[in-house]
Design a protein around this ligand. Structure first.
Ligand SMILES: Nc1nc2c(c(=O)[nH]1)N[C@H]1C(S)=C(S)[C@@H](COP(=O)(O)O)O[C@H]1N2
Ligand SMILES: [Mo]
Length: 207
């Protein structure tokens, strides 16, 4: 039996606040070196030579890129945190790929396009506002920490939208369909929030 009196609530709270990394959104913890794998489906084995990426829907010029065509676009690197809705975050990640802006520039998005359904080669889907994919905020990522993305983490290519909870970052990305209304994807139909801003704790519908 413990004889020491517990620290006061105020002390614990202040101490925890002081130790908290300001890059950690509310309700998240730092997973440090761990990089958990979360997949609703079995990991597909997709060879880079077989991978394609398509943008269609409300665009003037729908287009499909092969691996070589996508890799020929200007490379762009993201360095910073990622946040999974199950409460782990990684504060220092580095992904390299191509900015989604570079792909969108080629397809002439129609002014009526407000949202996007991102879809994977496995059938996974997730919805995003078009504005959350533009302006240097989203990537098609090929490499993690200087190495090709492993199949479990979405290789050969995944969507990366690090300012939103990580379920928006569809692994084994196959394409983006531009649409004129918000259409819920796989997790969003299962009560997850439509947008998923970790700083606003938009975890579930109604948050
Ligand atoms: N295709 C596909 N993409 C997905 C998922 C999935 O189940 N299938 N899970 C999402 C969720 S909930 C998270 S947290 C991240 C996990 O990515 P990781 O396995 O590389 O950590 O992928 C997201 N993208
Ligand atoms: Mo997640």
């Amino acid at each position: 039996m413990s004889t020491a009196s517990p620290p006061t609530r105020g002390f614990v709270g202040r101490h925890a606040a002081d130790a908290r990394d300001p890059r950690l959104p509310p309700g998240q913890y730092d997973a440090h070196d761990a990089f958990p794998v979360l997949s609703a489906e079995a990991t597909p084995e997709i060879a880079a030579a077989d991978w394609t990426f398509r943008i269609d829907g409300l665009v003037g010029a729908p287009r499909t890129w092969t691996w070589d065509e996508a890799r020929a676009l200007p490379p762009s690197t993201y360095e910073g945190p990622i946040h999974c809705v199950t409460s782990w975050s990684k504060l220092a990640t580095r992904f390299t790929g191509v900015s989604v802006d570079s792909f969108l520039d080629a397809v002439q998005p129609h002014p009526s396009a407000t949202h996007v359904v991102a879809h994977s080669h496995t059938g996974y889907t997730t919805n995003l506002a078009l504005a959350d994919l533009t302006g240097g905020k989203a990537w098609i990522a090929f490499d993690y920490e200087g190495e090709p993305l492993t199949a479990a983490h979405g290789g050969p290519a995944r969507l990366l939208v690090p300012h939103l909870y990580f379920w928006k970052s569809a692994k084994w990305i196959a394409g983006l369909r531009l649409v004129g209304a918000d259409e819920p994807g796989f997790w969003e139909r299962n009560r997850y929030h439509h947008r998923g801003d970790p700083w606003a704790e938009e975890r579930y519908a109604g948050d």
